[in-house]
Design a protein around this ligand. Structure first.
Ligand code: NAD
Length: 450
């Protein structure tokens, strides 16, 4: 492992990754590589997570094509040296900022979008001019194999290398002196990454998880809310970091809303075999342990095929239930009722800051109130999940749901150092700041620096 790092550092020091032409060429090459492996990827994602071809294309492959396009289109602009204002007392100087690559970076991915969640940061890392080591999740072995093959075929390992293995391998990588670590995964492992990175003062981006609330007020368009919530919750069998984790619904519309949810699940999954599966036995058993039989108000189908878990709605749920004690990350949707939104806001303020928060209402005042008073990484009003698709919005958590952000230009910045410098005229020199000092000089300095 050390030899890969050394080779990548050598290559980085050659300055070849820094030019606009190199970065653009590599981004386009990445697109070619993905195109040529598209069918293998779709198959691998099906084998790993039972993702349908269309889901695999939209959420993993098409998603990154679009990001490559955005990066290629804007790269020159992102790389441009920017001139900023200089205060009058620095007369004769001009001031500038420029983004420079960090060096050799490590990208660690999770299992739920095992392709997209390593390629999306990679696009930022290439655009910013770095060399990259990728450590995909070991849980999605078929996707991992395609990643290895694709990068071996298309890229030199002194520029991009995929390293495979279990958490011990990740742990060994975390002992190395990378210039940045970009981690996507659980809050629990995020803490280990942060701790290890601190030993070498390595900056980190932590894209973590948590319980993302969804609030449905009584004036919301309930049918539409149900459609959008069902889509975002059951996509990838609920294994999406920004999926609604649980719903708070106004008691007066609870029954009507639950009926719409049931209807929507049947509408969107007339054939439930098209839904994704849980990644492995451990998570399958963990999820089963969260279900309280007496609280099930809807279960689509008992189908014990592989790691398929039926969409389940649980009613009359409270914070004492096991399902509210941890991030669900599966197709189980708990419903909590409320009569006073103030109490919901007050309670959510006492919980960890979530990665996402969704609010369904037509009341502009309530929108403002909830979104101003609650903290979260990214949110949506009358929508869920789709906010992630806008490259103009930075994506990331806050508090326990993560630190720093990426997507679009923010990915480029995540893998760059913002270097600044000033340039001074040699045709004249104001000697005010130089010794020897005098009462007269001090008087002028005091006038300027007040
Ligand atoms: P995980 O934290 O278990 O694993 C992520 C990576 O960390 C894997 O590559 C694994 O090899 C490595 N790892 C696991 N244990 C480790 C250890 N002890 N030491 C060092 N490395 C270790 O996460 P997961 O189960 O793959 O993914 C699910 C989690 O990721 C959820 O919490 C979800 O919310 C979160 N997530 C967040 C985002 C986001 O963008 N914020 C996106 C997807 C998933």
């Amino acid at each position: 492992m050390l030899d890969i790092l050394e080779r990548q550092k050598q290559f980085f020091l050659s300055d070849q990754t820094k030019s606009y032409e190199f970065r653009k060429k590599q981004l386009l090459l990445l697109k070619d590589a993905i195109k040529s492996y598209e069918q293998d990827l779709i198959k691998a994602l099906y084998d790993d997570l039972h993702k349908s071809a269309i889901e695999a294309f939209t959420t993993e492959i098409g998603f990154v094509y679009k990001s490559i396009k955005t990066a290629v289109k804007n790269l020159k602009k992102w790389m441009r040296v920017k001139k900023v204002k200089t205060p009058f007392f620095m007369i004769g100087s001009k001031s500038y900022m420029m983004y420079e690559p960090l060096g050799t970076v490590l990208i660690i991915g999770p299992y739920n979008y095992p392709f997209q969640l390593v390629i999306e940061p990679l696009i930022g890392a290439i655009a910013a001019g770095n060399t990259v080591v990728i450590k995909p999740s070991e849980y999605t072995a078929e996707t991992e194999k395609v990643l290895v093959k694709m990068f071996d075929e298309y890229f030199s390992d002194s520029f991009i290398k995929v390293v495979t293995g279990d958490k011990d391998v990740t742990s060994q990588l975390l002992d190395l002196k990378f210039d940045h670590i970009f981690f996507t995964g659980s809050t629990e492992v995020g803490k280990i990454v942060y701790q290890k990175a601190s030993e070498n003062l390595i900056p980190v981006t932590l894209e973590l998880g948590g319980k993302s609330p969804t609030i449905v007020l009584k004036d919301a368009n309930l049918k539409l809310a149900a459609r959008r919530i069902v889509f975002s919750k059951f996509l990838n069998a609920g294994q999406t970091c920004i999926a609604p984790d649980y719903i708070y619904v106004d008691k007066s519309v609870h029954d009507e809303f639950v009926e719409y949810l049931k209807e929507e699940i049947k509408n969107q999954y007339p054939d439930i075999s098209t839904m994704g599966h849980i990644v492995n036995q451990r998570h399958y058993q963990r999820l089963k342990g969260l279900i309280k039989k007496e609280k099930i108000i809807f279960e689509y189908e008992k189908n014990e095929n592989g790691y398929f878990l039926s969409p389940i709605i649980m009613g009359n749920v409270s914070w004492d239930d096991q399902v509210m004690q941890e991030e669900i990350f599966g197709p189980i949707l708990p419903i909590l009722e409320f009569t006073d939104i103030e109490k919901v806001i007050a309670l959510l303020k006492t919980k960890e800051k979530p990665l996402a928060l969704y609010l369904f209402t037509n009341n502009k005042l309530k929108m403002k109130e909830v979104f101003n008073r609650l903290s979260f990484g990214n949110g949506a009003i009358n929508e869920a999940l789709m906010q992630v698709a806008n490259p103009n919005l930075p994506f990331g958590g806050v508090g326990q749901s993560g630190m720093a952000r990426y997507h679009g230009v923010y990915s480029f910045r995540a893998f760059s150092h913002l270097k600044t410098f000033t340039k001074k005229s040699v045709f004249f020199d104001v000697k005010l700041a130089y010794p020897p000092y005098s009462k007269g000089k001090e008087k002028i300095i005091r006038k300027i620096l007040k």
